[in-house]
Design a protein. Structure first.
Lengths: 158, 291
């Protein structure tokens, strides 16, 4: 059970790492980049992009993260058929409700703007070709191993 | 004159010889005496040495008993070598082979050995993962840090044994060991699949005693449940101490229906066999018998 966690990589010299990028501190929203580091040629490639809220990974696919980001970008102009979010009005104030597994969080307009702008900034100087052509396919066991290596798994409870 | 001279020389020589011989005899006697003394001393010394060796030999003699055989379950039943060591230690060194205890202890060890039980680490947080399969179907997993139940059972019992050896009566000793294992099993997560509709730890441990330790009944069975045991605080303290230094593993579970780790009960136990004990352990047994 415990020893079946194996990491698959494309070549033996390359290492795959996770790198979290903080977006909003109070609500603990992160991008998590999946990076492949080539030590021989001294290059690094992006292999995936995920969104994490608190202790929950919402999307593990690049297509899903792109969908979530576009939903955040459109905000109130979005459809009722949104997969991740829904609109809610409270005191003449429109908020975006992001559903999690057991709970939910609200995203305000300013937070949505920061998330989209940070995403645009993070793409600078990085080729997105590898993600689109051959994305790193995650399995739950591989993901736990990678999360453990970065130190995200096993954080102390407050 | 010539005749006189000859007589004188002869007499002189005669006396001289006598005196010389006497001296030699005296010296010889002295030497003999010394030799005898030396020989006596050496003999005495050798006698002491021999006596000492004999005394040592008496201690070193092995008892002329036929090789001891015990009625045990085969050690090959365990796949985990540490559990095997524990069973060996309890049966061969400590000779805890009284009947209701022996089979029930073996049954619960075997039950732990065949199934992968794990305990959630309460100090660390888990991560929920929404992921898609190859068929692009959504599923929700939870990845978390986990303790192996086998490790903790083994550590607790090895910490408990030096306490138990001299302080308790045999029956309380056996019940304490069993209740320790039940205490750890009730903490583990996937035991709930066997004992359905049991939520509290008390109910879980009662269910374990009913299903696995069915050879005990009445007052003994109720005392195996850790909360009814006299030494409940000792078990709790040992568990807390062991958890600090135990090794963590990563584990993934499917949240809605996880059928991977369903534990199964043992239906039939293997039969006992008469097994001969090794020579090393035999010596230990002799010392125990002498004391």
């Amino acid at each position: 059970m415990f020893d079946q966690l194996i990491i698959e990589s494309q070549t033996s010299t390359n290492q795959i790492k996770l790198k979290p990028i903080r977006l909003i501190n109070d609500k603990q929203i992160y991008f998590i980049r999946v990076k492949e580091e080539d030590y021989v040629n001294q290059k690094s490639y992006l292999l995936g992009l995920m969104v994490m809220v608190g202790n929950e990974l919402i999307t593990t696919n690049y297509a899903d993260t792109k969908l979530l980001l576009s939903e955040i970008k459109l905000f109130e102009r979005g459809n009722k058929q949104n997969t991740f979010t829904s609109l809610e009005k409270f005191d003449n104030d429109i908020n975006l409700k992001l559903n999690l597994h057991k709970s939910h969080i609200y995203i305000s307009k300013a937070e949505a703007l920061t998330i989209t702008s940070m995403f645009d900034e993070s793409k600078q100087g990085v080729s997105m070709q590898r993600i689109i052509e051959n994305e790193f396919v995650m399995t739950p066991s591989v993901l736990t191993k990678l999360l453990d290596n970065t130190g995200l798994l096993g954080r102390l409870v407050k | 004159m010539e005749i006189l001279l000859v007589v004188l020389t002869v007499t002189f020589l005669f006396f001289f010889k006598i005196i010389f011989f006497k001296k030699e005899k005296k010296e010889d006697k002295k030497r003999e005496k010394l030799d005898i003394e030396v020989i006596e001393k050496e003999e005495f010394f050798y006698e002491i040495l021999e006596k000492k060796e004999e005394e040592k030999k008496i201690i070193l003699y092995e008892l002329n008993t036929s090789p001891i055989k015990l009625n045990l379950y085969a050690f090959d039943n365990f796949s985990n070598h540490k559990l095997k060591k524990l069973y060996e230690k309890l049966t061969i060194e400590m000779l805890m082979i009284d009947e209701p205890f022996h089979t029930s202890f073996f049954a619960i060890l075997k039950f732990i050995d065949t199934n992968n039980f794990w305990i959630r680490n309460p100090k660390t947080s888990s991560i929920i993962i929404n992921i898609r399969d190859i068929n692009l179907e959504k599923s929700v997993h939870e990845s978390l840090k986990v303790f192996d139940t086998r490790d903790i059972v083994i550590k607790i019992i090895f910490e408990l044994l030096p306490y138990v050896k001299h302080n308790f009566k045999p029956k309380t000793k056996q019940i304490l060991l069993l209740s320790c294992i039940v205490f750890v099993l009730a903490k583990s997560q996937n035991i709930k699949m066997i004992c359905e509709d049991c939520e509290s730890e008390y109910e879980l441990s009662r269910c374990i005693v009913e299903k696995i330790l069915n050879q005990y009944s009445g007052a003994d069975a109720s005392e195996i449940i850790p909360k009814n045991n006299m030494n409940y605080t000792l078990i709790g303290q040992l568990y807390d101490r062991v958890i600090h230094s135990a090794r963590e593993h990563n584990n993934v579970i499917k949240i809605e229906n996880d059928l991977q780790d369903t534990p199964r009960l043992l239906e039939n136990l293997p039969k006992k066999k008469l097994t001969q004990i090794n020579s090393e352990t035999n010596n230990v047994l002799q010392i125990v018998l002498k004391v």
